[in-house]
Design a protein around this ligand. Structure first.
Ligand code: DGJ
Length: 734
C-alpha cells in the first residue's frame, strides 16, 4: 500500500515493512523510516538524529539545515552533503553541483517495466514515482518505488532525463540510496573467485566506505552484487537486516558508508568507476532495478523472502514450477575428446542408469579440439560430428532422452572464420594489443550487427526444434574495453552498452524459444545475478564439483538464491579441481537440494558405479518436483559440519542433510533441531519407519548419526566411515 499525506509524507507499507520519506522544507526528499511494519507509518518521526552543530554549512542559505546530516532518498554532491552521492553529473558549466528537489509524483497500480533492462515482474503491487528536478540545469529524475502486497521487497530504480539545452555527463547514477540511522551494523557479503565462488564474509561496518564492485564487464565471482547490512547481534533467526541486490549483469557497485555521525548510507547501482554517460538534450538514462529485502527475523527470514521473490518475480515463468530433467554433461566426462559416436555411447550409458537428458558441452563446433580456437563458428565440426547437431539431437531424442548443448555466444577466438571475416567485431582499445583470456576475445555487443549475427546463428541452432536446453557460458573478464562503433567521447559507455546488447539478444531468444531451458554459466559463477536469472531458469554456480568445495558455495548461494535455480552434478573422483577423493554418495548429497541434478562421468566411471548411480538418479527423479518451490534452511555450519533442511512446497516432506567433513575419534553426539514443521503432525523417517512428532523434531531435535571407527553397536545410527561423509534423511508427513 502507498499512502501519501497532505503534507507530502510518502509511506510504502505492507505486512513486512514500512518505508517512509517526505518532501522536506527545501524540497529535498528526506528519508524518515525503513523497518518493520508500522500501524500508522505517516505519523512516524525520523529515526535519524538531527542536531544543529556549530560550524556546519547552511544549505543554500537555510539556517540549521545541512544535507550532510540529513537522511535522503537520492543524494547529490556539491551542496553540503559530503558523503558519496547517488547522483553525480557534470553540467554544461563544467561543475557538478546538483540540487534535486521534489517536483511531483504519481502512483501506478502494478509496476513499471524498464525498456532495455530486465525488470522484476509485477502483480499485486503498486509503484510510486517521484519526480525530482534540478531547476537550474533542467535535470529531471524519476525515482520509482515498487512495493508488493506479499513480499518484504522494495524495488527501486531511477530514470534521469535531460530537459535542458546542453549535454550532461552522468558520472554516478545509482539505482537507489538508503540512509540508515546511526547504529552498530555488520555487513555480510559474498566474494570469491573461480571454483570458490560465493564465500561469505562478515565484518563490522567500519567508518568510511566499504564497497563491493565489479569492473570486469560481468557481475563477477569476485564480489557478487549482494550485501546484507545486519543490525549488531543479528543471527539466523533474530535481528533487523537490510539487504540489497541489483537486477544487472555488468559492472555493479554496492557500497556501505558510515559517516561522521555513524549514519550509514547504502548505495546500489552501476559502478561509477570508469563509467560516464553523455546525456543529450531530450534523452534519458534508465538505471537497473535495485531490489531491497528487509527482514526482522534474521538471515533465515531474509533468505526466505529472497527465495520466494526470485522464484515468483525474477526467473522465467515457464520453468519456475517445472521439475528439471536429470542429465549427463559431457564436460568432466570427456572434455574436448568428444564426437558423434561418443555422445551416442554416453547417451546409452545415461539411459542405462535412468538419466533423462544428455548435454553436449564445449567441443562440438568447427575444429574445436581444445580451447584455442573456433568460438564464433557456431556450426558442427564436420569431422567429429559429420551428421551435424540436428541429426545427432534427433538420434538422441529417439532414444528417449532430451538433448542440450553448450554455447559461448559472446566470445570469439582469434583462430576462427568469424574473426577472419570480422576482426573489428571485438572489444578493443585502439593501438593496444588486446589481452587474450582463455585464448579468446569478447565480441562487441555494442554493435547491433554483431548481436543480430549471433541471434541468427543461435536461431538456426534452435529452430530445428530438437534442442531442449542451452548452457550459456562466458569464460573471460573484459579487458581493453572499447568499441569501434561508439564515438571516442563515449567509450566509457561501452561496458553498459555491451550489457544492453546482451539483454536485447537474450530477450529476443528467450521470447522466441520459451520452452528451451536456459542455464546461465560464466566459468561457473562469474555472472550469477538477478539480471541473468531474469532470462535463464537456472545457473551453474561453480566448476567446483568436489562435494566439500561445493558445500560452501551452495551455503553462500542460499543467502540470496533459492536452490531451485541451481544445478549440481556428480563429478569424477579424484576431483579435477582439488584432487579430493570422495564417495559417489557425498558427491550427490552436496547437490541434493539443487533443482537440476546430473552426472559428468566417463564411461568407465559409470560402469563401475552403475548400481549406486542408478539408485541416486532414481531418488533425484522421485524428488524432482519436491526440489522446486520449497523452503531451505541453514541449520548449522561449522568448520567440520554442515546441516541443511528442506521442506517441500506442499509441506508433506522434509529433508535433512548432514555432512561431516573430517572424521575424528571419540566425537560427541550431535542433535539438531529442525524448524518450521507442523508441531502436531507426525513425520515418518523413510529409511527406518520411525515416527516423530513435529514438536519433538523441533524442540528436542533429531540425533544425528554417530561418527566412529567401530560402527558395531546395532542400536546406534552411524555415519559412513572416514572423511567427507554425509547422510540424507527424508521425513514424510503421515
Ligand atoms: C566453463 C564452465 O563452467 C564448464 O562447466 C564448462 O562448460 C567449460 N567452461 C567449457 O569450456
Amino acid at each position: 500500500m502507498i499512502i501519501v499525506s497532505e503534507k507530502n509524507i510518502f509511506s510504502l507499507t505492507n505486512k513486512y515493512y514500512s518505508y517512509v520519506f517526505r518532501v522536506g522544507d527545501g524540497g529535498i526528499l528526506e528519508h524518515i523510516y525503513y523497518g518493520s511494519s508500522l500501524i500508522n507509518p505517516n505519523n512516524s518521526v525520523s529515526h535519524h538524529y538531527q542536531t544543529h552543530r556549530d560550524g556546519v554549512l547552511h544549505f543554500q542559505g537555510k539556517k540549521n539545515y545541512n544535507l550532510s546530516e540529513l537522511p535522503q532518498e537520492y543524494p547529490t554532491f556539491g551542496s553540503t552533503d559530503f558523503r558519496f552521492p547517488a547522483f553525480h553529473c557534470k553540467n554544461s558549466d563544467g561543475n557538478t553541483a546538483t540540487v534535486l528537489k521534489y517536483k511531483n509524483h504519481r502512483i501506478i497500480k502494478g509496476k513499471n517495466y524498464l525498456s532495455a533492462l530486465p525488470s522484476a515482474r509485477g502483480g499485486e503491487c503498486s509503484t510510486l514515482i517521484v519526480c525530482l528536478e534540478d531547476n537550474l540545469h533542467k535535470i529531471e529524475v524519476d525515482l520509482a518505488y515498487t512495493i508488493y502486497d506479499n513480499y518484504g521487497v522494495l524495488v527501486r530504480s531511477a530514470n534521469i532525463k535531460n530537459n535542458g539545452n546542453n549535454k550532461l555527463e552522468l558520472n554516478n547514477i545509482y539505482s537507489s540510496s538508503i540512509d540508515l540511522p546511526a547504529s552498530e551494523y555488520e555487513i555480510l557479503h559474498l566474494h570469491g573467485s573461480w571454483s570458490r565462488e560465493l564465500s561469505e564474509e562478515s565484518m563490522i561496518v567500519p567508518s568510511g566506505r566499504f564497497v563491493i564492485e565489479s569492473n570486469r564487464g560481468s557481475s563477477s565471482a569476485a564480489h557478487f552484487p549482494f550485501i546484507a547490512v545486519c543490525e549488531e547481534q543479528c543471527n539466523e533467526i533474530h535481528g533487523n537486516i537490510y539487504s540489497s541486490s541489483l537486477i544487472y549483469s555488468g559492472n555493479h557497485s554496492i557500497s556501505v558508508e558510515k559517516g561522521e555521525f555513524n549514519d550509514v548510507r547504502l548505495l546500489t547501482g552501476i559502478n561509477s568507476f570508469n563509467f560516464n554517460w553523455s546525456l543529450n538534450p531530450g534523452d534519458n538514462f534508465q538505471t537497473p532495478e535495485a531490489v531491497h529485502v528487509y527482514s526482522k527475523n534474521g538471515l533465515r527470514g531474509m533468505s526466505n523472502i529472497w527465495h520466494s521473490f526470485i522464484r515468483d518475480k525474477i526467473t522465467p515463468k515457464n520453468f519456475n514450477i517445472k521439475p528439471r530433467p536429470t542429465y549427463l554433461n559431457t564436460w568432466e566426462s570427456s572434455y574436448f575428446d568428444i564426437d558423434h559416436q561418443k555422445v551416442l555411447k554416453l547417451a546409452d550409458k545415461a539411459l542405462s542408469i535412468g538419466l533423462e537428458m544428455i548435454v553436449l558441452d564445449d567441443g562440438w563446433f568447427d575444429r574445436r579440439i581444445d580451447d584455442s580456437s573456433s568460438l564464433g563458428d557456431w556450426y558442427a565440426d564436420t569431422k567429429r560430428f559429420p551428421d551435424g547437431i540436428q541429426d545427432l539431437a534427433i538420434q538422441i531424442k529417439r532414444k528417449g532422452l532430451k538433448f542440450g548443448i553448450w554455447i559461448e555466444p559472446e566470445m570469439i577466438s582469434t583462430k576462427s572464420e568469424l574473426f577472419k571475416k570480422h576482426p573489428d567485431w571485438v572489444l578493443k582499445a585502439p593501438g593496444r594489443i588486446p589481452s587474450l583470456g582463455r585464448n579468446q576475445l569478447v565480441l562487441d555487443y555494442c554493435n547491433a550487427d554483431v548481436v543480430n549475427y549471433i541471434f541468427d546463428k543461435l536461431d538456426k541452432l534452435l529452430s530445428g526444434g530438437n534442442i531442449d536446453y542451452i548452457k550459456w557460458d562466458m569464460n573471460r573478464n573484459m579487458s581493453e574495453v572499447g568499441s569501434p562503433v561508439v564515438s571516442a567521447k563515449q567509450q566509457l559507455e561501452v561496458p553498459h552498452r555491451y550489457i544492453l546488447g546482451l539483454y536485447s539478444l537474450l530477450n529476443r531468444l528467450t521470447k522466441k524459444y520459451p520452452n528451451v531451458l536456459f542455464e546461465n554459466c560464466a566459468s561457473g559463477g562469474n555472472r550469477l545475478d538477478l539480471g541473468m536469472l531474469r532470462y535463464m531458469s537456472q545457473s551453474w554456480p561453480s566448476d567446483m564439483s568436489d562435494p566439500i568445495g561445493r558445500l560452501n558455495i551452495i551455503n553462500g548461494c542460499s543467502y540470496l538464491f533459492p536452490l531451485d535455480v541451481l544445478s549440481a552434478y556428480i563429478g569424477p573422483s579424484p576431483n579435477h579441481q582439488n584432487g579430493r577423493i570422495s564417495s559417489i554418495n557425498s558427491r550427490f548429497n552436496a547437490g541434493a537440494f539443487c533443482a537440476a541434478k546430473g552426472i559428468s562421468l566417463s564411461d568407465s566411471d559409470i560402469d563401475n558405479n552403475a548400481n549406486e548411480l542408478a539408485k541416486l538418479i532414481n531418488f533425484a527423479k522421485e524428488h524432482a518436483t519436491d526440489m522446486i518451490g520449497g523452503s531451505f534452511y541453514r541449520l548449522k555450519k561449522s568448520a567440520n559440519v554442515f546441516c541443511w533442511q528442506y521442506i517441500t512446497k506442499d509441506k508433506k516432506k522434509c529433508f535433512l542433510l548432514y555432512f561431516h567433513i573430517l572424521s575424528g575419534p571419540n566425537e560427541p553426539f550431535q542433535h539438531i533441531k529442525l524448524v518450521e514443521l507442523e508441531k502436531n503432525s507426525k513425520y515418518k523417517q523413510t529409511s527406518n519407519g520411525k515416527l516423530y512428532s513435529g514438536n519433538l523434531l523441533m524442540e528436542n531435535g533429531f540425533t544425528l548419526p554417530y561418527v566412529s571407527m567401530t560402527n558395531d553397536n546395532k542400536s546406534i545410527s552411524y555415519m559412513p566411515k572416514g572423511d567427507f561423509s554425509s547422510k540424507l534423511f527424508v521425513f514424510k508427513k503421515v
